[in-house]
Design a protein around this ligand. Structure first.
Ligand code: APR
Length: 316
């Protein structure tokens, strides 16, 4: 049997994720759901009609769901569920401003996922990311390795883009890394940033690197300010879809993701942005990297900031 992946939420993030997953042509079925009557069905029909042009056989199924759980039969037996349901930011909002409203949505969705797709690996993308990932684990009661969040792939990709633009080099020659939270306590890891294998610090002055780090940290807000009516989705969906593909193919690819950290880096019991090997069981294991003293201090600070907020979501 081929793999089945579900994307919950057929807004900008969800629909572009579904498109990418279908175009990979590695899944048997992509299910797209939303509470807006007809929207997922319409998008699924449209995507299916692109199959002969793009050359993929994956079938896309759209399903409208109700908050009472109606329609969720469509996700039955999913190997992977990507949760994109929730409100995006408006200009001037921080991701944390979405906490209460998205907590209700994500909790409701996660409960249905636990019921209808009890063996799925869950990839959360709704914001605020670290908190919604923790909440999805609580609400599903799935083993912690089976619930992961998408943030680090995106933040790292933004950082990489800014470095490539600054140095006018191909994006493929740049490697960067960010850890920590998807927000104010994002932790760039300059010691792991290279261009054609050369340390970034040999190529750019410290102030310039700091400027690019700041732009990366505010990368989502910069897009929101331009769009005015929503948040980014091309780079985010690319990141989420790659994570889902790594799970489906059990690739073991090491990616920066939001994963349960318990003991690694001397940090315990919190969902945090770290590198992990991604495969059929979700986050197979956390992969440690050498951090400088200040990078490690930043990661610990991020852990404490998200720990406090993750404790709050338990009651939402
Ligand atoms: N079940 C399923 N879908 C839902 C639910 C629910 N309970 N509640 C809301 N949705 C749907 C909305 O109907 C909408 O179609 O989620 C979709 C969200 O789409 P957009 O408003 O286009 O937002 P998007 O850009 O896709 O962002 C989704 O990802 O990056 C984060 O901060 C962003 O939390 C936001 C999420």
């Amino acid at each position: 049997m081929g793999k089945k992946v579900t994307v919950v939420g057929a807004g900008f993030y969800g629909s572009t994720t579904a498109q990418r997953l279908a175009e990979y042509d590695v899944f048997e079925t992509v299910v797209l759901t939303d509470i807006i009557e007809g929207k997922p069905e319409g998008l699924a029909l449209d995507l299916n009609q692109s199959r002969s042009i793009e050359g993929f056989e994956t079938k896309v199924i759209g399903a409208t769901t109700g908050v009472d759980g109606s329609g969720y039969e469509a996700i039955a037996g999913s190997d992977i569920v990507v949760i994109t349901a929730g409100l995006p930011r408006k200009p001037g909002m921080s991701r944390m401003d979405l906490l209460e409203v998205n907590a209700k949505i994500v909790r409701g969705v996660a409960e249905q996922v636990a019921k209808h797709a009890p063996n799925a690996i869950v990839i959360v993308v709704s914001n605020p990311l670290d908190e919604m990932t923790a909440l999805a684990q609580l609400a599903t009661q799935f083993p912690k390795n089976r619930v992961i969040g998408q943030a680090g792939m995106l933040d790292t990709a933004r950082f990489t883009h800014f470095v490539a633009e600054e140095l006018k080099v191909p994006v493929g020659s740049v490697k960067t890394l960010t850890l920590g939270s998807h927000g104010d306590t994002m932790v760039p890891v300059p010691s792991r940033c290279t261009v054609d294998g050369k340390p970034l610090s040999d190529l750019l002055p410290a102030e310039k690197i700091e400027e690019l780090v700041t732009r990366t940290r505010n990368g989502g807000a910069e897009v929101v300010a331009l769009l005015k009516t929503g948040s980014a989705y091309y780079a985010p969906s690319a990141a989420a879809a790659r994570m889902a593909k790594a799970v489906a193919e059990d690739s073991g690819e090491v990616m920066p993701v939001c994963a349960w950290v318990d003991g690694e880096y001397g940090i315990s019991g919190v969902y945090l942005g770290v590198e992990a090997a991604i495969g059929a069981t979700g986050a197979k294991n956390i992969v440690l990297t050498d951090l400088s003293e200040s990078e490690l201090a930043g990661l610990k600070e991020a852990a404490e900031a998200v720990r406090a907020k993750q404790a709050d979501v338990a009651g939402l």
